[in-house]
Design a protein around this ligand. Sequence first.
Ligand code: NAD
Length: 459
Amino acid sequence: MRNYDQVLETARKAFSLGKTRSVSFRKQQLKNLLRLFLENEKEILNALNADLRKCSFEGKLGECENLKSEVKHMLRNLDHYSAPETLPLNLLAFLDRGYIQREPFGVVLVIGTWNYPFNLSLQPLIGALAAGNCVILKPSEVAPRSAETMAKLLPKYLDAECYQVVLGGAEDTQQLLRHRFDYIFYTGSSSVGRIISTAAAVNLTPVTLELGGKSPCFIDDDADCRLAAKRILWGKVMNLGMTCIAPDYVLCSKQVETEFVKVAKEVLEEWYGPNLQKSGDLPRFPNQKQLMRLTKMLEATKGRVVVGGESNPEGLWLDPTIVVDVDGRDSLMEPQNEIFGPILPIVNVGCLEEAIQFINARPKPLALYIFARSNSKCERMLEQTSSGGACVNDVIWHNLWPGLPFGGVGDSGQGSYHGKSSFDTFSHKKSVLVRGFGYFSEKLGEARYPPYNDSSLRF
Ligand code: NAD
């Protein structure tokens, strides 16, 4: 295990010397980062393939393109985001100037996870860098080739004192957490999120926690069931289900379920051929631990497998699997059992209200999906439930939509990022009031001086 004193000291010194303060320095770093993505796409895609057997389409969609567009967004908007934000003042202060000055926190620790290893490490780094912070990035050890690639490439393109990558596992992260950071940004499980939050509290360090949870999908009887099934399956099978906002389970009537299962069988064969394992478009688990976790879940369920169910331990593989006859008490539905893999349980509900009750009886999810033609039903679901984000008549798409902040609520996380929201997350919003020495300016505030007179307190 490394001693991180030197890493921290280097970053602190760079920050206190004001290296990252100027917007032009930050822009240059962002341009360098863009060059890194453009010049090394092949190496990035190879690393993703080595860690997760991710195909190049998913690597580009979920990681490279996302990252490039985030950098470009910051480059386009950095002047505007970093400019003081003037606010209207009241009558008493009409001669003054009030504004919000966004300032960097200082040295930020970004702890990444492995399912989208580049995106979930570098997307927060882009926000922290754009806001003028120094960054220490700890990518996940579960995707080692990706982590090593970041450690190798970043110092070639970015200022090596301001932005550093440290490699290691849980113990290294805990060692890092013994140091004082000015901000901590963590992506991963809710259980580790609690460890991070507790460590941060010792130094009163602010944190963003991007966690997981069981994201429900409600399909109303009047929805276009074929399209709903296609979209849900796409979101469930992409990255072999290892996506934090993948649909975790479906809530629908028995009639919708029958149609859903029929469509699923057709669509999976249409997309991946008769032997899904032979398809080059589907990734693999990163290790046996993840596969075992899922096969154990399948062994424990009282539900009935109607699609898939076969696994191959040597191939780190589990078929996309649909389980029916699952109720709220089933092990697949336990709140701590986020599926995070290609198993999709279907729970039958009689109506929208029952679905709302079901969702509200569980921890707040990271995403919520509603498939219905009726606007009023969609609005009811959105008003009466709470989730990090939501998408109507599709899944995952809200995360790809530029400009929408991304984050959880309650057990699924705290804080948000992406675009402007990232810049704000990594900036302290300093309120500034500027007053003058003029006669009228003083006259307007004169009532504050003793001897006091209560009647002058009417503003
Ligand atoms: P994890 O929480 O085990 O690991 C993530 C990071 O935490 C790694 O860098 C790891 O080194 C570190 N870590 C692990 N154990 C630690 C410990 N005891 N102390 C200190 N640091 C520790 O990751 P995971 O659970 O395998 O990731 C999957 C979870 O992450 C799922 O719940 C998923 O939904 C969630 N996730 C959330 C998002 C999001 O954006 N909200 C994105 C991806 C994954």
